[in-house]
Each structure stands twice: as structure tokens, then as C-alpha cells.
Design a protein around this ligand. Sequence first.
Ligand code: GLN
Length: 588
Amino acid sequence: MNPTKFIVVTGGVMSGVGKGIATASIGKILQMYGFKVTAIKIDPYINLNAGTLRPTEHGEVWVTDDGGEIDQDLGNYERFLNVALPKQNCMTTGQIYKAVIDREVAGDYLGETVQFIPHIPEEIKRRVLQASQGYDICLIEIGGTIGDYENIPFLFAMKGLERERPGDMLYFLITYLPIPDHMPEMKTKPTQLAIKLLTEHGIFPDFILCRAREPLDQQRKKKIETYANIGADYVISAPDIKTIYSVPLNFEKEKLGEKILRKLALQQKTQPDWTAWEELVRRLEQPQKRVNIAMVCKYVDNGNYHIADSYISVNEALKHAGAHLHAGVSITWLDAKTFEQHPEQVAMLKQFDGVLVPGGFGATGVEGKMMAIQYAREQNIPFLGLCYGMQLAVIEYARHVCGLTGAHTTEVDPRTPYPVIDMLPEQRTVKDKSGTMRLGTYAATLQEGSIVLDLYNRTGRFTHDQAQLSHVRDMDTFRLGKTPLHNTILERHRHRYEQNPEHIVALTKQGLLFSGYHQRDDGTKLMEFIELPKAKHPFFVATQSHPCFKSSLLDPAPLYVGFVEAALERQAGIPQQAVPLPRSISLQ
Ligand code: GLN
């Protein structure tokens, strides 16, 4: 195998201009040319992982198969590349320093003074090389912007890698070109300054991706060419677009793939075939129908701004499912607290085609979320509950259908008379908050005749293959052949609480179906899915897992497909024929 090539993506001017999407899109293009691509995200903050960050500030926490709590950009990579990336593909300053200090304490550097240079960049390079092993191309996105103090060690490490591997490195600078309201002209000065800052680190960009409201004109390309001293051909225009999934297609209009391969002296391995991708993008941009989904949630405000990044993978999973069903999905994020303050407003949910309650933590908004769940259940509005959303659906059912007044989760009310949701036994002794939940991919066995079984069946998501289980936790019963891989699916998790087994009988008696469970190596079962039978409700399904973490544009998550299908049915007012959906859509 040829040595891995590295593509380093840096940002100038300001954050939040789509560096992650650009990185994912470059990866997608190279994948289309037949290369085995992986991607690393560098987060220069000190937190060991993203698990304790505020979602309204940093966006949602992404969970990997192997249980990493990671920056949301890894989600963008997976959604575009359709691959599962391990947690080692995200590195923070905290991880780097901790590894070096741990090694020093263990005596690995005996006699040496442990210093910023060389030890920190060496550790960064070691991790990059480890994560890139076995790949043709490794993308490395450096978080933040050039000029941030905390970026310095990472840029230094990249420079070091370039010296050791001349010809194997390529640099992208992603900038933003503002068009001020008072002077409607696209300004290149911030980009010129970003280039200057990058070159101060000895790094000369091979490509400059220019994000802006509008496409870049020739005059501005020329200007940047002169300042950056790179051909205008390598100045790529990246204007605002309707859907992020069109970004690789737009880059290819500028022949970005060929240009990258030329710079890296690589020959394309296959002829890119964008047919399926283009078709899905077309459906996202011009959907035949549109459904309106209410997401009743908590993490929606950041100061005066309303943000949706806290639920980015849920939003994207809805879009993926919609694209496969020729439907656009409009999402309205509703703050659950509003229903607590104004109970009459819950009736506004009637105008929506579906109600979704996503994951969450703590007491804020839980009563409001349960009011929304009760309304959806009683008014026959399609409902999808995710993680906390499933736990709250169970509590709502226990209170209002089973008559267990005061039922709750011990997360909110440790003294509840009916702890229908309780802490997982192994969580009781856990003290640290970071990286200690039930995290990562676990298997679940689905019940014959259930709605969820049908959905996983139709989307071809069953696990028949022992090899897929290598990174799955708690799987000895399968690995040792004690439990057959029958009706078995894999989903990712991130929670501390679970369905209390003591209340399952009472809930089941009143019609709630526990339609999927995970069997632990010690034989105990954890409930993973609930549903109401079709005869009782058009679509009332919830899961303890986060299926959004395994949803990509080409491979939508089964539960989201079922939910959007049900929303379409509600809108049309007639039950529609369930269509079989292949795992990767075939578009002939
Ligand atoms: N707070 C709940 C738990 O820890 C749900 C977590 C979540 O929704 N991700 O179990």
C-alpha cells in the first residue's frame, strides 16, 4: 500500500463557516474516486472529551460505536462518508497533555525534561499516524481559527509531519468573505489576513476555500491569487447553499477532486458515480411533499439566539428519512418549558404531522415534554421518543394509563413512589461525569410482529455478521453463540438510567409493548424499544438508543423512516402502503 496522504483543513476569519462540512465533502469526493478515506477532528480545548460541554454552545455530543463522546463534526464525517469512525479520531489538547503527563509519571521519559517541544507535537503526530493507518487519505480538521493560541501545537505538529513526509501533505484554508450591508461588496481583506497568519506558521495553503453568501467572482479570485501566491484555479468558491449535501457536488463543479489528486500525485481508482447522491440532493432541494415536525426539547437558546445545532444529528436523520420518502421535513423546535407555563398551548401540536422528543438530562422541561407526549398519544399524532424521550414516554404511560400517580425517573425525583425509570446498577458507584455513561454501540433483539422489527427489516439493517460485533459491548452471549444473531440490530447509546424491570409487567398489562431488548452477558435484559400496537395508535415508538448516530444520507435510520412515513400518512389523511426500502437506495 502507498503511504497515507494527509489533507489538513484549517480555518481563517471566523468559526462556524462550515469547515466540518467542507472536510466531509472533500472526503466524500475522494471516496468517490475510489480511495479509502478517514478523518480526524482536532479540538483545541482542554476537556478530555465533549461529553460535559453545553450543547447550546458546542452543538450536540456525537457518540461513536466504541463509546467516545465527541465533537459533532465527527457526525458530519460519518453522515457524508457512511463509515463508522472510532473515538481516537477526535483529539483534544487535554488528551494530548494527559497522555504525555501520564507517560512522564510512569517513568517513560526518565532523565528527560518533558517540554512543549518536542513532546506535545510528537504525541499529536503519533495519534495522527495511528488513526490514519490503513487508509489512503486522512483528513485532519483543526478546530477553531488560525491565530487562536491553542492551535499552535497542532500547526507545529503538522509542519513537523510535512518535513518527515514531503509530498504527502496538502493544506486547505477555509475563509469567509463578508458582504457588509452598508457597502454591498465582497471583501477579501479578512482572507488576506488569514493567509498571512497561516504563513507565519510556515504553512502555505494549497487550496483556499472561500465561503461567502454568493459565489466568488473572477476579480476576487484574482486578488486572492496575488495575495496568497497560489493559482486562481486553487481558489475555490463555496457560496451558501440550500442543503449541505450539495457541497461536494458544487466542489466537483470546480474539479476539486482532480486538482487534489494532481497535487498529491495520485491516480483516480474509480470513475466517480454521483447518481444516487445527486438524486437524494435533488429530493432535499425540491421535495414532492413536506411534513411538519415539532421537536419538543430543551437546548434551544443561546443568549438571544435560537440554535438547532444541539440536535443536529436528529435534524439530519429526519432529513435523510425524508429524502428517501420524497419528502422535505420542516422542523419546529419548541421549548418544553412553554407548555409547563401555558398548558393550553400544548394543543398547538395538533397542527403538526409528528411530535418528536429527543434525548436530554435533568429536570428542566420534563413535565412539558410529557404533556406533549400525552397529547400525541391521546390525539393519535405520530410520536418518536429518543433516549430521554423514551423514558418520559414510559413515565407518562405509567402515570396516565397505569394509574401510577407520581411515577418518575429517579434522575428527577429520587423519592418517587414509582421509579419506573431508574439508574443502571453499574452507574450507582460512578463519580466522574465525563465518559462514564452507558456509551457506544449495543445490540438489541427485536420482537416478532413489532413495528420496529418491520422497520429494521425494510431498511435492511439487521446484523447477520459476527465481524460487525468486534466493537460492540457486552456481546459475549452473541460471540459465544449462546444467543443467535436473530432479529438483532445495533444502535448507539448514551445514558445512565434505564427502564426499571420491576414495572415492566404493570406497563405491559396496560398495552405498552416492550419490543426490543439488549441481553447482557450476565443474562439480564435492558429494554431498548417501546411501542403501541398499530390498532391503538398510528405510530407511537420510542427507543433508549440514538438511531440518528447511524443515519447517513445514503442509509437512513429505520425509526426515522417509520416516523416520517407516519407523518406523511397523517398529512394525507389516509394510510399509505409501506414501501420496502433497501439499505442503500437504488435509484434506477
Ligand atoms: N438523562 C437520561 C439518562 O441519562 C437520558 C439520556 C439521554 O437522553 N441521552 O439516562
